[in-house]
Design a protein around this ligand. Structure first.
Ligand code: SAM
Ligand code: MD0
Ligand code: SF4
Length: 362
């Protein structure tokens, strides 16, 4: 057997036996290019998922309730300088109706996302009062855990959110390479974004970290991000392929083939075997779901109800109004992967277990 093959089986076995690997081994896996070896990687990732989650998949409803933003991330269509984009700010009753529709359909979590909306961010903390009360109502009405993805909230607001019993805080770094970060999230603080995650974690919230691929990063950067996620003990680890957006500075960046995202999902699964890893419908829509689950993801995210004027992030409208981001369309695909949706009780039990294991149950 050529030495490289031995390397691959050894690294995969090592990971499947619960051992830690070095950065070089992570990079070796990330750089695999032969189809047979990539298949072995995906098979190992599926085995790691089965070991920790059986054949159960979690389902996240996505509610992008305000698309106004004060920031100018170069990759994002919702950047403040993009004047071509029609924006919306949903009312509390619209938000509750969409959240209820998704909880009735059977999702396990509601992800409340917004741009850094100047209406909230430009005043002092008082701008967030309605936001906090809206979150509480969503929790009460749906009886589901909530994730918030609101940007870099003021510390005091983050504390109030934690007090309100919000389960998850998502605030993606995109990259852990400071130079690339400065380029992607121009004018924003690398350390500030990290500090918000640390504070939310200290306050007892579960943390999702996320990175992008196809934005000029190297495999060394991706390996560093995966190691950062391991060291920080993130609870959910996300990778998304950059989707070029018209009327933004990165509009002409070449679209990257999705295989790299799939390989990164598989490597994340092996390095963080007991964590949640999204298969986002936001990048390739429903057509991209099976490949992401086959690579080892265990949460379908960006489920969006139609006819409510709600948008996605990486893709503004892909698959939304034709109902292809609903459970009717998603569940048959989950089944063809030999998987099935978890019960909401399974999801709540996972959360409680995670909070206890990390000393975050109060
Ligand atoms: N405004 C908040 C923030 O930036 O933290 C919340 C929105 S956040 C959930 C939006 C995320 O979607 C970004 O952090 C990025 O990872 C991803 N994203 C945005 N534009 C994208 C694009 N064009 N292609 C792929 N992913 C994108
Ligand atoms: C997703 N569009 O799940 C959403 C979003 C925010 N927490 C998540 C990027 O793909
Ligand atoms: Fe605003 Fe978030 Fe888009 Fe950046 S990624 S421009 S903070 S909505």
């Amino acid at each position: 057997m050529p030495k490289a093959d031995l390397n691959l089986t050894e690294i995969l076995d090592h990971l499947l036996n619960g051992h830690c690997v070095e950065k070089n081994d992570i990079k070796y896996l990330l750089k695999l290019s032969e189809p047979e070896k990539i298949s072995l990687l995906f098979e190992a990732a599926q085995n790691a998922r089965t070991l920790h989650f059986g054949n159960k998949i979690f389902l996240y409803g996505f509610l992008y309730f305000s698309t106004h933003c004060r920031n100018n991330c170069r990759f994002c269509q919702y950047r403040q300088s993009n004047k071509m984009l029609p924006r919306y700010r949903k009312t509390e009753s619209e938000i509750i109706a969409a959240a209820k529709e998704m909880s009735d359909a059977g999702v396990h979590l509601i992800d409340l996302t917004m741009g850094e909306d100047p209406e909230l961010y430009s005043s002092d903390e008082s701008g967030f009062e309605q936001f906090i009360s809206m979150i509480k109502t969503v929790q009460n009405e749906t009886k589901l855990p909530v994730m918030i993805s609101p940007g870099t909230l003021p510390d005091k607001v983050l504390m109030e959110v934690a007090d309100a019993g919000v389960t998850w805080y998502a605030c993606y770094q995109e990259t852990h390479n400071k130079i690339l970060f400065k380029d992607l999230r121009q004018g924003q603080g690398f350390k500030k974004r990290l500090a918000k995650k640390q504070l939310a974690k200290n306050l007892g919230m579960l943390i999702e970290e996320g990175i992008l691929t196809g934005v000029g990063e190297t495999m060394d950067d991706i390996a560093d991000s995966i190691i950062w996620m391991r060291d920080f003990c993130v609870d959910q680890a996300r990778i998304m392929t950059f989707v070029p957006q018209t009327d933004t500075p990165m509009a002409n960046t070449m679209s990257q083939n999705n295989l790299i995202e799939l390989i990164i999902i598989a490597v994340m699964r092996l390095v963080l075997p007991d964590r949640l890893i999204p298969a986002s419908l936001d990048v390739d829509g429903l057509n991209g779901l099976k490949a992401r689950l086959d690579a080892g993801a265990n949460v379908v995210t960006s489920i969006v109800p139609p006819q409510k004027g709600l948008a996605g992030v990486a893709n503004h409208s892909l698959d939304i109004e034709d109902s292809r981001r609903t459970l009717d369309h998603i569940l048959p695909i989950v089944k063809t992967c030999g998987l099935e949706p978890a019960m909401v009780e399974d999801y709540l039990a996972w959360i409680t277990g995670r909070q206890k294991a990390s000393g975050r149950s109060f």
